[in-house]
Design a binder for this molecule. Sequence first.
Ligand SMILES: CC(C)(COP(=O)(O)OP(=O)(O)OC[C@H]1O[C@@H](n2cnc3c(N)ncnc32)[C@H](O)[C@@H]1OP(=O)(O)O)[C@@H](O)C(=O)NCCC(=O)NCCS
Length: 332
Amino acid sequence: MIHDFDRPVARIAGTGHATGTRILTNADLEKMVETSDEWITTRTGIKERRIVENGVVTSDLCVDACQQALDEAGVSPHEIDYIVLGTVTGDMKFPSTATIIQSKLKAYNATTFDVSAACSGWVYGIEIADSLIRAGRADKILVIGAEILSSMTNYNDRKTCVLFGDGAGAALLVRSNDDRGFLSTYTGSNGDLAHLLICEGGGSYKPGKNRDIPSEDFTIYMNGNEVFRHAVRIMDHAALTALEKARLSPEDVDMFIPHQANIRIIEAMKKRLKFPDEKVFVNIQKYGNTSSASIPTALDEAKNQGRVKEGDVILVAAFGGGFTWASAAFRL
Ligand SMILES: CC(C)(COP(=O)(O)OP(=O)(O)OC[C@H]1O[C@@H](n2cnc3c(N)ncnc32)[C@H](O)[C@@H]1OP(=O)(O)O)[C@@H](O)C(=O)NCCC(=O)NCCS
């Protein structure tokens, strides 16, 4: 679906993020698989990832991130109308992790659900939340992207285990009464490409109770080359579409926050869209790919570091398994 907005209706009033506390460095990975700091750094841009301690679950990271977003906005949990969580590594098969977050936050007036769109999950959630507020169905919505990817990473597979980290990022969307807010959102998907980036086990196709299923099927499989090729093309398309729908050009953007999957994808987009270095936010070196958490985490960091300020025009673009893609332009 493509939206085209004349006036912002929903804006971001608060953000927060939380990560795993254990730092997994490239040197640590050199001891686990045949790889090197040099290979990982030049091919991916990643130096470290944050991994949760045993016992920490996705909803724990979410609650921490949400609490920061609520505090910043001065909003209490009982005012929340919806909690929307983008995740593929929820606490349990069901209930949705959003309901667990509701209980932990005591946000009992909220309707809650999870969105399964892999790395695009948070931006999908943004489109849903913006639409709900735009339709007059809600005033305050928590949109979270969170993953504990370490729970489905195969640490014997050097092609994938160097990439992923754990984290959560949250944004509180509220009704806007000025020119701040979402100028466009855009989402899309192509299920024909699902096989390139997939975790087959644990659903009805390969249920966990069937002992014939190899353990690798419960972890991430990725055809890196193919995913890379599509990612550059699709992320470009997503970013340009959000700009076009908002009637903006790249020069109008104060900060571009792409999904943090690979520094080479980010560099390719930067070149193509002609963004100078200072207008592209990158933190992949510290967190790796945290899937749906990557953009809201980067947004929160960009705010905390003073790289973006109220009134700035931000462009975000995501791409992930499915394939899915999503983008948005907004005035902070
Ligand atoms: C995964 C990725 C970093 C691999 O980089 P690449 O340049 O495509 O590397 P290739 O897969 O072609 O592998 C090249 C060689 O390096 C090897 N290699 C793979 N992982 C390695 C590692 N961690 N350390 C050392 N060597 C590695 C491969 O086995 C291969 O060796 P071979 O030529 O002897 O077979 C890259 O494809 C990528 O980032 N893809 C997109 C990932 C992505 O964005 N995923 C998430 C989407 S949300």
